[in-house]
Design a protein around this ligand. Sequence first.
Ligand code: FAD
Length: 487
Amino acid sequence: MAPSSLHWFRDDLRLADNPALTASVAHGSTLCLYILDEGGARRPLGGASRWWLSRSLEALAAALSARGGELVLMRGDPAMILPEVVAATGIDFVTWSRRYDAESIELDSRLKTIITTTGAKVASFNAALLNEPWQVTTKTGDPMKVFTPYWRAARSKGEPPAPIPAPGRIAALALAPAVAAMAVSLAELALEPSKPDWAGGLRQAWAPGEAAAAERLGEFLSGPLDGYGEGRDRPDRASTSRLSPHLRFGEISPRQIWHATRSAMESGEASAGSSDAEKFLSEVGWREFSYHLLFHNPGLATRNYNPRFDAFPWRRDEAALKAWQRGLTGYPIVDAGMRQLWTTGWMHNRVRMIAASFLIKHLLIDWRLGEAWFWDTLVDADPANNPASWQWVAGSGADASPYYRIFNPVTQGLKFDPKGAYVREWVPELAGLDDALIHEPWRADSQALAKAGIALGETYPNPVVELDFGRRRALDALAATRSAETD
Ligand code: FAD
């Protein structure tokens, strides 16, 4: 029988710099398979991620077919499907790109054993990271706990390998009838919302897929990278790359980002200074660090990294949680962020920190509830970055922001959105206020409010909690946790 292979696409929805796909294609005619796995112990995708996935699969299918290949879609448990497909087609080589959460690792190693016993070979590759989580360690070989030494150690490993090109031609494997019968259409996967269709803002904001990711990187390198070091904190400007959902779904690799950034700097194509480029690459480094943490702490999304927080007196407050989710807390920068998230599936990093801090500290609501909301609403909802970042803000994480560091949404707003442009875009009912008042509408007198057409408590909410009170309550809760520990 002619050699044939199967590449199982998961979080690597691209053709270029995809060593697992390249190995499959080099082996023989290839079955390119994506399996939508909605059951099992693994965390189902959130709504915004499902929308992104749908568009990304569409783009991938088109890119494969332009090279002669075909994307086959199935739905169900990969532990059942994959061995069945291999057996029915006589495929002798299976490839995939590695994932790093505990359930996926367990599933992948189980599948490796099952498939190998049928006589087929299985090979897995790194497509998602500059360094595998186990490659960067302390001098004594332990996992790293602090970002700066982590990144220093990662950098000391030298340049990451250069990205490899997309396979030229892809010979599609003719499907045995039993396998063809298992395939479903993209529409049958029902990934996009219909009743109601809430994805209009997502469609407007994003173009998923490998080609769009490459274009976005190019635009970023020739534009906002210049000044990124400072500009990255400004939600009122388009000053970051917005590559996060592309990275999340593997439409672009960190190796590609790394080398493109380097060569743009060297060729003079980017006008940015090297400190801007270093800062940008170190943010990609934070993503690497999150994966390092996830790999070494499988419970990252559900368990406090620092167990001292297990005794933390979180409040249950459904009304406050809802106000936060809907962008109706009465704090304009928080509300702007939460509405940007709801509409576009993305929120600026500075505002993610402010909004998360507000939920955890001023409202004293468990970080896991915030993490779950982000998981459902972010197009870049990431199994490593999301829990690692929430734990960072909560102070329960590795190398975390100390719990007593409580972001003040007013001073943060004044500093990072000084003219209120970001608030005006996302909280239009406040647009008529002067710059000086837009981050604290409750300070406006009745004349200013009337002029701006605002009736506080009616057209825009009063603050859901008073800032000093919330801050004191959070610090008391922390002190109580600490003294409980020493009792
Ligand atoms: P850029 O500034 O252009 O950075 C380039 C890339 O570096 C990003 O695409 C991202 O992959 C990585 N990166 C940047 N900042 C961080 C960071 N602080 N931590 C880890 N990686 C980073 N990022 C996600 O990708 N998915 C998430 O689910 C996620 N949840 C978050 C939750 C909270 C509470 C917070 C505070 C941050 C979260 N982040 C998450 C990190 C960060 O906010 C986003 O990665 C960033 O805003 C994406 O925008 P960008 O692509 O324009 O970033």
